[in-house]
Design a protein around this ligand. Structure first.
Ligand SMILES: Cc1cc2nc3c(=O)[nH]c(=O)nc-3n(C[C@H](O)[C@H](O)[C@H](O)COP(=O)(O)OP(=O)(O)OC[C@H]3O[C@@H](n4cnc5c(N)ncnc54)[C@H](O)[C@@H]3O)c2cc1C
Length: 393
């Protein structure tokens, strides 16, 4: 088999689909190739922020977006709680108007949680319904960057004018490019995440809960998600913890999860602020989403960055070029650098001591910070955030 497409997208996750759907709407032919057949499993806590919702809406249009949310939304939670170790620190009720920023008071301040395999399947099927060509269950094995040709595991040959690497944290395209061009700067090491989804009868929880100090310098989470509770943790690449599985099992034991043998631990890599400095190559190769290291390291949020960078890459292909993409993606780099700054403060003794001492007494500020900085995107400095918070009270 041999094909030729204007754009070949490797990976059918949110970054690949956002790119493919935007290209098709712009009148370009394109193909997505994914190593798995959809619906495929995908390890993800599924926290779907307001900025992810806004981006997906702009990719799909209002009516299809509403259908996607009806299909994939698992729950809408209203509490956001922080813990230090197993000890509660503070709980914010984000739907309580007295805790909301004035500017957001008329918006939906719930925390939205989606089922990723279901959402990804919806997006890929929508791509196909718009006329996109999908090759599923066949992995990219080799890329010839000079000849602009990709070889799949089945032996199929796909020629391209533009190549979009949307193949996740362990990107095969990135590895092939580093082999081809030793000067290409890859992204840094990724963090390791472990996750299980337990039945409510084995462990019950409310809202979105973040546990600091379970893993040094990062966090563990417990998200109530429909009929399940999602429990997981992140180990940063530079933190020493040789037995992260033990840490996860101890955490589940401390929570009181029953029948742990029903839930084998599953792991996946997550880029953690170590983004690719120039996620383009040679005028026709684009890196998007996790493949480009676009994950915000304070929260581990990646869905927004995947959708947005996929859309940006498609717009740049339609408008003519990789330099345009670099300009657009600089905004995502700034948001990620800001998250990296806050995350590094949490790793420092004094700032983290300050945070843990004051957080319990500033519930409204934590709600304000969460809703304005994490649910919605903002490049404001910490002092500007404080000033805005004080001024609106
Ligand atoms: C445990 C965990 C929890 C997370 N929780 C959240 C959260 O709550 N909220 C949030 O916003 N983000 C979260 N993230 C991050 C988020 O899941 C990712 O940032 C997001 O999935 C990135 O999308 P993507 O399209 O770039 O890559 P992916 O979704 O990883 O898609 C990559 C696709 O490429 C395909 N592929 C890979 N190699 C090849 C190949 N050689 N050939 C063909 N296809 C290939 C894969 O099969 C896959 O379908 C979490 C991540 C993890 C690991």
């Amino acid at each position: 088999m041999e094909y030729h497409f204007n754009t070949l997208i490797v990976g059918g996750g949110p970054s690949g689909c956002a790119c493919g759907i935007t290209l098709l709407k712009g009148g370009r032919d394109c193909c997505i190739v994914d190593k798995y057949a959809f619906p495929r499993t995908k390890l993800c806590a599924g926290l779907f922020t307001a900025k992810s919702q806004g981006c997906l809406q702009s990719v799909l249009g209002q009516a299809v977006y509403a259908e996607a949310m009806r299909t994939a939304m698992m729950s809408k939670e209203n509490t956001f709680s922080l813990f230090r170790g197993m000890k509660p620190l503070v709980t914010c009720n984000l739907t309580n108007t007295s805790e909301q920023p004035v500017a957001l008071r008329h918006s939906d301040c719930h925390i939205h949680l989606v089922n990723r395999p279901v959402l990804d399947n919806f997006l890929i099927r929508h791509f196909v319904s718009l006329g996109g060509f999908l090759i599923e269950g066949d992995a990219v094995k080799d890329v010839d960057f000079a000849g602009k040709v990709v070889t799949l595991a089945s032996g199929t040959i796909v020629r391209y004018d533009n190549l979009v690497a949307a193949d996740g944290a362990t990107s095969m395209v990135e590895k092939a490019l580093v082999r081809h061009d030793g000067t290409f700067a890859a992204k840094g090491n990724s963090a390791l995440c472990l996750e299980i989804n337990v039945d409510r009868e084995d462990y019950d929880a409310n809202g979105v809960n973040i546990y600091f100090d379970i893993v040094k310098g990062s966090y563990a989470w417990v998200f109530a998600k429909g009929e399940k509770v999602c429990i997981g943790l992140v180990k940063l690449p530079w933190q020493k913890n040789n037995d992260v599985q033990r840490t996860m099992l101890d955490f589940c034991k401390d929570l009181g999860v029953k029948n742990m043998d029903k839930y084998p631990l599953r792991g996946a890599m997550l880029p953690f602020g170590n983004m690719m400095p120039r996620p383009v190559w040679g005028g026709n190769v684009y890196f998007v989403g996790d493949a480009a290291g676009l994950v915000e390291p304070l929260t581990g949020e990646g869905i927004y960055y995947a959708l947005q960078s996929g859309q940006y890459a498609a717009e740049s292909i339609l408008e003519g070029g990789t330099e345009r993409y670099l300009g657009k993606v600089a905004y995502l780099h700034s948001l990620i650098s800001k998250g990296r700054y806050y995350q590094s403060l949490l790793e420092m003794k004094l700032p983290s001591r300050f945070f843990f001492r004051h957080a319990p007494h500033h519930r409204r500020f934590i709600s304000y910070f969460y809703l304005t900085q994490i649910e919605h995107a903002s490049l404001d400095s910490f002092w500007k955030i404080m000033w805005k918070y004080k001024r609106q009270k």
